[in-house]
Design a protein around this ligand. Structure first.
Ligand code: HEC
Ligand code: HEC
Length: 206
């Protein structure tokens, strides 16, 4: 009995030592956290709280960012920082970041999975109207046949419908300045009703 008790006590002592070292490691990690807030993941945490951790935004008029071309993202972050594209939260978020930070953030975000398209059954008449407009205005010439984007041209497939409507309206009324003038030119001949059909179509593409 005495032996067993001894062993048990010995184990308890050892367990204590193990626990103490686990707590110790945890404390060391905790105290290292402020320095770690500089890592890319930590910096992106507030961003992805708005834009969606898995590349898909659940917030109205906040765009999904998953699978956007890295170069497009870098340019837009740059434009937010320089206040060439005016959006309150984004202009604020970019203050004090260096070009390299923007590039690293863009590279990370570009690797998030593409957003899932809107799941409700699509209205075939609206989809057909949008398809005809897209042929006419050659949207899929610049944005890629599968609307995945490339270089400075953004991905459109599966983007939030409300954000697409907002973006297209802002190009049309010149409140969103682009890196180049392509979109203002394209929108010149497109009506607001057609913008609604285009956004409806694009949000339902995979
Ligand atoms: C409070 C919510 C919020 C936070 C936090 C936030 N964003 Fe945004 N972001 C937005 C909104 C809203 C827009 C869309 C602006 C518009 O309507 O044109 C946007 C736009 C963008 C775009 C342009 C997307 C496109 O398709 O053109 C990028 C890239 C982006 N944000 C990256 C980031 C990064 C990186 C961070 C963190 C440093 C961040 N965002 C933090 C709300 C947020
Ligand atoms: C000549 C090439 C070209 C054509 C044609 C074109 N686009 Fe674009 N589009 C661009 C470029 C470049 C951008 C990025 C501009 C910027 O920097 O804001 C863009 C941006 C967009 C955006 C903003 C996306 C975002 O994440 O903010 C939408 C929406 C869009 N295009 C839809 C369309 C639709 C719909 C059509 C056809 C009616 C079309 N585009 C035709 C080149 C083109």
């Amino acid at each position: 009995m005495a032996f067993v008790r001894f062993v048990v006590r010995e184990c308890i002592v050892e367990w204590c030592i193990v626990m103490r070292s686990i707590v110790g490691v945890a404390l060391v990690l905790l105290s290292a956290l402020p320095a770690n807030a500089d890592t890319l993941e930590a910096r992106l945490a507030p961003c992805l709280a708005c834009h969606g951790e898995k590349g898909q935004s659940a917030i109205p008029e906040v765009p999904s960012l998953g699978a956007q071309p890295a170069f497009y993202l870098t340019i837009q972050l740059f434009m937010f920082r320089e206040k060439l594209r005016l959006v309150e939260p984004m202009n604020q978020m970019m203050q004090g970041l260096r070009d390299n930070d923007l590039r690293n953030m863009a590279d990370f975000i570009a690797k998030l999975p593409p957003p899932e398209p809107a799941g409700d059954p699509a209205d075939p008449a609206r989809m057909e109207r949008a398809r005809a407009l897209i042929e006419q205005h050659r949207c899929n010439f610049c944005h890629n046949r599968d609307y995945s984007g490339e270089q400075n041209v953004p991905r459109l497939a599966g983007q939030r419908e409300d954000y697409l409507v907002k973006a297209l309206r802002e190009y049309k009324n010149n409140t969103r300045r682009g890196y180049d003038a392509s979109m203002a030119d394209v929108l010149y001949l497109i009506s607001d009703e057609q913008i609604l059909d285009l956004a409806y179509f694009l949000a339902r593409l995979r």
